[in-house]
Design a protein around this ligand. Structure first.
Ligand SMILES: [Zn+2]
Length: 327
């Protein structure tokens, strides 16, 4: 991969794990960012968009006037470190070089840069996934090239994107994470225990998983207090279909809160959004019933929000009307 010089990096506080985006000293700060401070941040930097370890490079100011090497200060990967396959920097870099025009009639390319997702994926990868993503990525590159990249570092950021984006553009978007490329409509799975649509969406997700089509997913669940047990949060069951043997197939999205500190985030009954890698597990319960669990591990608050898609959709509509006037 080409030499990539970055103007931002991710600082992780070694004491408490807090994450902040640091910028080069002396530059105009963008929302929420802080300036790099050698005394505080040195040795604790990673790439903004992947797990590669990086450091601050002071540039060649000392040999002022010599622009042979022309390097101004920047962040750079440490020796032996390379950017991840889903890192956003290579294309940001490319854009700076050849000012690639993005096609704003196309959906976004949404990168999920949430460290906890990496852990979740790695834990599952050995057992459940066949990794031929490199190949898949290459095939899709022409389509991905002119999509405008967006980087999401939390579920809150995705919710904000939904509220502020044009609906059609969002529907045409793809979500990229750890070599997986998932169309928006498959990424977002809405819970609807009354209607048909919710069952179809969750049923579609189960079929996809059965065919080995894995990937990140933003799942809306309806936290049913009756389904609380230790670290388990079961969603209100949805009837899927009745098979030829008269057995009822029921879908139960289930979140596993892997840290005790997450329990208080999910006590209230109601709708939640969960971001992660779903797994499917079917279990016969007696002669007449098959329960299809859609399990998702939650390791970080950045994967979970007490939020309802219908309410988010209302807010998105209000935002659109503010922009364009009522339809
Ligand atoms: Zn990177």
């Amino acid at each position: 991969m080409a030499d990539i010089r970055m103007d931002e990096a991710r600082y992780t506080d070694p004491e408490n794990g807090d994450v902040q985006v640091v910028q080069l000293p002396g530059t105009n700060l963008r929302g929420g960012n802080i300036h790099y401070n050698e005394a505080l941040h040195k040795g604790h930097l990673t790439c903004r968009f992947c797990d590669a370890a990086v450091h601050h490079h002071n540039g060649s100011k000392r040999i002022a006037g010599d622009n042979l090497n022309g390097a101004s200060q920047h962040f750079h990967t440490n020796r032996g470190q390379t950017h991840g396959s889903d890192c956003a920097w290579p294309e940001i870099n490319l854009r700076a070089e050849k000012t690639t025009a993005y096609n704003d009639h196309k959906g976004y390319k949404i990168h999920l840069n949430i460290p906890a997702l990496r852990q979740v994926f790695k834990k599952q990868a050995g057992r459940l996934y066949v990794r031929n993503e490199e190949k898949k990525l290459i095939n899709l590159v022409p389509d991905l090239e002119d999509r405008r990249p967006r980087s999401m570092d939390s579920l809150a950021a995705i919710i904000d994107l939904i509220k502020k984006s044009d609906t059609d553009r969002l529907r045409g978007s793809v979500v990229v994470n750890q070599g997986h490329i998932v169309p928006w409509d498959r990424f977002l799975v809405r819970h609807d225990y009354r209607g048909e649509k919710g069952q179809q969406r969750f049923g579609g997700l189960i079929r996809a998983l059965q065919q080995g089509q894995t990937g990140p997913c933003l799942m809306e669940v309806f936290n049913d207090k009756a389904g609380h047990k230790g670290n388990r949060r079961m969603s209100r069951p949805m009837h899927w279909y009745t098979d030829d043997h008269g057995r009822d197939h029921v879908i139960v999205p289930t979140l596993w809160l892997e840290e005790r500190g997450l329990y208080p985030l999910m006590t209230r009954e109601g709708r939640y959004l969960a971001l992660g890698y779903p797994r499917h597990h079917a279990q016969a319960q007696g002669p007449d019933k098959v329960v299809h669990y859609l399990n998702m591990s939650i390791r970080d608050p950045a994967q979970l929000a007490a939020a309802s898609l219908p309410l988010i959709a209302q807010e998105a509509k209000a935002n659109r009307q503010r922009r364009h006037g009522p339809a």
